[in-house]
Design a protein. Sequence first.
Length: 303
Amino acid sequence: VDYMKQCFESIRNSDLDKKRVPIVVSQDGEDPEMTKYIESLKDEFIIHRIVHPYSCFEHPNEFPMDTEGKLNKGYKGDAYYNPRDGKVTCCKHHFTWMMKTVYSDLKFDTPVENFLFMEEDYIVAPNFYESIVLGLGFLPQAEFPEGELGFFGLVLDPTDGNAKAGRKYAVDGFYMNPFTSNPMVLSRDIISQIFKHGKDYCEFDDYNWDWTLVHLQVTKKLPRLCLATSKQMMKHVGVDGGMHKIDEKKLKRLNAAQLAQDYHPTVLHPPPGTMPRMRPRKGYGGWGHPADHDHCKMVLGIQ
């Protein structure tokens, strides 16, 4: 809840039109403290609160959790011969359901063609919304390098969650970069392309939803290029690391990172001479069980 409060405080102090732009909060279960806080925001923001019905938090003894290990009976393991661990699958199951629900099921008062996906432990810059609008305006006119499939979307954190240092440009603008992780702005068209390749998405043996999307890009099923802001418009403030322990270098970058305070991108920087080559690879595992594949395909409406 503390991270969520930091997130909304930054949105409150930003240029987002609070009475026009809807915000969807997807909860992995009915945590009473989180629910109370989100409900308290409805007088100020247009909030759509949705709750993952297959929540690991709320259903610790039901699928996708498997505390008794029943799903490991007769299961030979993932690509690395590891047994199934229910808690490892929770995030991808939640993201998949959330993406499908927001895209297909939610009804908005005004047409919504683009979606910003971000986790609760991010904060936003004062004019992050202006950056999104300008970036969406650049997308149709941007010329992508030969051999690329177009653009996946917008990225507003060029450090990939403080995993790397952002590039430095003399003039504020956008540059082309392969997608790695969130936050990201995706159009309805791109989300429909993800669903079109839902079988591959659901059966790829990687418990990370973002690396699963990268897999679809590397195998030429999705565009891989994004337009990225040349300054940091979103900052990852979570220090618990989630499924991964945060290392000292990343923590140092996190503490040193500064959100842009007066950023007005006016230039689309030309693409570099060559883009990084990306080759198909094995996933990181944790998602090899047929039960996870079948549930994922059921959520996406795949027979």
